[in-house]
Write a protein that binds this ligand. Structure first.
Ligand code: UGA
Length: 435
């Protein structure tokens, strides 16, 4: 199969690299020449475990190429995937579809023979209809179908998620399109990944429903954590106790500082807006969005309380800045709200993140960055763990105790054992566990 991938961001790049690894010939396109030139040199603009090697081997084998030339990539392709960004529109929170529609216009002009155009970007219900209308209007003669094929991969585990998905969702009622897409996904299909074929609108909505449900699960356990703290219960045990019930499931029940990232915050907001527009409000999702927004800043209060009521003039060491481990992505990271709130309360912040520092510098002001975890902690008045990178789990706690001016640790990811920390003489505050 010949595949064109329009947009070489997270989803486009990972999907393109994985499709080429299946043996398809993939042309990844992006409007940014700097990005494409870097990719042509084998430089990957994001940090994602395994991606560099996957891109290198498939580029070397001649199956994966990068270009700004959309026209040549699309002409002759069996399937054209649209994987451009759909950020929140400033002001109203709706998904900004201008990149998707622009791509549709350019694709239309380049179509050559029957082609399946597939939206892989997360797009609101009805976007496929509009993409189809734009293409038909631009090229009334074109032979094509528009399908929805949402992507469910997670950052940090993107390649494994792509290659071993829980399901593949194909939203189209065009028989030829279903055949082409089944061929594209044949390696996974043979691997027993369930393929669901639905209408295009159902597929578009399913993607938002999945993200909203996961965000709800996280928010549920986060509120339960607050209650645990009040009643002297342990949220990790509650999560295990409910998660072993197959109807609930144990995943996405880790309490923490609130969900962040490039997907949950924007997708829950966009879904909420769509539902309001159709006069079928999703009150549960509206509450999830509000509770999560409030939570991120509230985490700073936890730190202030642990520091005896004030952080004015104090140095707070922050370990972990990215919205989750194994990524350099800082979009909507809880660290942004926590750090800003601490600074507003008069604290100086020194931070360390294994991969996120470059991006953090662009988003945070007046933060000192350390080269490693111990350098970050040295002489600080308290330590706050915001992101659970593995390298923080096994830090030398005695060394930390000596390095800190006061032995205060606020662990927003519950990576240490409460009894251990108390035995070592720390003032230790975590999430949803008795202090
Ligand atoms: C999420 C979904 O998990 C993917 O299925 C989806 O494809 C993707 O969004 C997307 O729409 O593109 P991602 O944002 O990469 O993936 O990361 P997650 O692992 O889902 O984490 C999101 C946030 O939730 C992080 O801030 C994380 O720390 C938080 N989280 C997650 C918790 O606080 N507790 C949990 O138990 C799980």
């Amino acid at each position: 199969m010949r595949i064109a991938m329009i947009g070489s961001g997270y989803v486009g790049l990972v999907s393109g690299a994985c499709f080429s690894d299946f043996g398809h010939v993939v042309a990844c396109v992006d409007k940014m020449p700097v990005k494409i030139e870097a990719l042509q040199r084998g430089e990957i603009p994001i940090f994602e475990p395994g991606l560099q090697a996957l891109v290198a081997s498939n580029a070397q084998a001649g199956r994966l190429s990068f270009s700004t030339d959309l026209k040549s990539a699309v002409a002759g392709a069996d399937a054209v995937f649209i994987a451009v960004g759909t950020p929140s529109r400033r002001g109203d929170g709706f998904a900004d579809l201008s990149y998707v529609y622009q791509a549709a216009r350019e694709i239309a002009l380049a179509l050559d023979g029957y082609t399946v155009i597939v939206t892989k970007s997360t797009v609101p219900v009805g976007t496929g209809d509009e993409v189809e209308r734009i293409i038909r209007e631009t090229r009334p003669d074109a032979d094509f179908a528009v399908a929805s094929n949402p992507e469910f991969l997670r950052e940090g585990a993107a390649i494994a998620d792509f290659k071993r998905p829980d399901r593949i969702l194909l939203g189209t009622d065009d028989e030829r399109a279903i055949e082409v897409l089944k061929e594209v996904y044949r390696p996974l299909y043979l691997n027993q990944a369930p393929i669901l074929v639905t209408s295009r609108r159902t597929a578009e909505l399913t993607k938002y429903a999945a993200n909203a449900f996961l965000a709800t699960k996280i928010t549920f356990i986060n509120e339960m954590a607050d209650l645990c703290e009040q009643v002297g219960a342990n949220v990790q045990e509650v999560a295990r106790g409910i998660g072993l019930d197959n109807r609930i499931g144990g995943k996405f029940l880790h309490a923490g500082p609130g969900y962040g990232g490039s997907c949950f915050p924007k997708d829950t907001l966009a879904l909420m807006k769509t539902a309001q527009e159709y006069d079928a409000p999703l009150r549960l999702v509206e509450t999830v969005v509000a509770v999560n927004d409030k939570r991120k800043r509230a985490m700073a209060r936890k730190v202030i309380t642990a520091c005896g009521g004030s952080v004015r003039g104090k140095t707070i060491a922050v370990l972990g800045l990215t919205f989750k481990p194994n990524t350099d992505d800082m979009r909507d990271a809880p660290s942004l709200s926590v750090i800003t709130a601490l600074q507003d309360a008069g604290a100086r912040v020194r931070a360390y993140d294994p991969e996120g520092t470059d991006n953090a510098r662009l988003m945070l002001e007046n933060v000192d960055y350390a080269g490693d975890a111990y350098g970050c902690i040295e002489g600080a008045d308290a330590l706050v763990v915001v992101t659970e990178w593995d390298e923080f789990r096994a830090l030398d706690l005695d060394r930390i105790k000596q390095a800190l001016r006061e032995p205060v640790i606020v662990d927003l990811r519950n990576i240490y054992r409460t009894e251990d920390m108390h035995a070592r003489g720390f003032t230790y505050v975590s999430v949803g566990r008795a202090a």
